[in-house]
Write a protein that binds this ligand. Sequence first.
Ligand code: FES
Length: 410
Amino acid sequence: MPAPRSVSHARRPERRLPLGAPPRAWVLAGWALLPLRAFLGVTFLFAGLQKLANPNFFNGLSPISIKSQLIAAVRLSPIHALLSHLLPLATPIGIVIALGEVAIGLGALLGLWMRVAAIGGALLSLMLFLTVSFHAAPYYTGADIVFFFAWLPFIAAGAGSRFSLDGGLARRAAAMEGAPPPDIVTLPFAQVQRFCGQFNRGRCNAREGLLCEPGACPVLLGPRAPYATRVTIDSVDRRALVLGGATATLVAGAAVVLGGVDAVAGRVIHGTTAPTAPTQLGAGPAPSGGASPTTTTTTAGSSGGGVPGGTLLGKASQVPVGQAASFTIPSSGDPGIVVQPSSGVFDAYDAVCPHAGCTVGYYAQNQVLACPCHGSQFALSTGQVISGPAPHGLLKLNVVEGSDGNLYLK
Ligand code: FES
């Protein structure tokens, strides 16, 4: 058995911890942050697998796709100028987000490279806040801002020493290098001052008379100060980094395999039926009379022959039974949506979601109107909320078919 290598205990220049963080905060985080770490890990892993398993998330024609979310975000987000350039890359972005969520979730659950996972989780949550939750009102009803702040303690403290691969690998690396285990126990600081022998009326003899304080206490720091207070990385940290990197590579490979199996299983279970693109009313040939269909307004009865008054939207034949079409509401400029669920019946709504303002679409598979941003669903016949965070239903519009075969918004 090889003799353990000695670790240099030579005094290095002292570096102060930013904001006075406690020494080895990751040890203190052991139990306290465990429930939050488990929740974030399960949630991000589930969210990533759910996206990968759902073919409609990657189908730009679906109202719940990543592309529909980006289109809605372009209309509302404070970073809309950036997002408009990303629309052609919607599918690759969706894949990166889904795989990123799987990796972040696994990192949190296993406590592996926790600070890296937490930075990824915080960045992803911040991006989602700026794109899809920015207009949620009140602001705390958008989950992304809460997730952003939930990741911050793990950026500061890491995974903790309990049920975490980071903690286990740190102990293993210390043992392999002959260094003492990194675990510490908590004591009242006054007791440390009493037994250390270096305490001298508020100052520390071991620190050349500097003030005595827990953040720089040689007794609490032991022979190995945290990396944050050292100038260079030593052999124990280097070994822990190599062990962590090898484990992270294995877990990343397992995550890709898991994501692939999940995606295939999702397509087998859900099928791959592609939704059709909603028609934009008025985008086709102009109705009889040659006027622009989105700007023509007729007075009730003025055209005679059963043609209703209101704003001419376009030909009813552009909205086949079981399909939807979109249009712009002249009075507000909002997007509108009209669906023909059965022959001659037209249900129309202001398509702006009452939660945070994304544009809802028609989800033909489930026969509901669905919001791509936070999943609110609305009944097709009434516009009432079926599920999701929307505080109330959609604004119903009165769209009728005239005897001339055109649709009118009254
Ligand atoms: S904008 Fe949040 S559910 Fe529609």
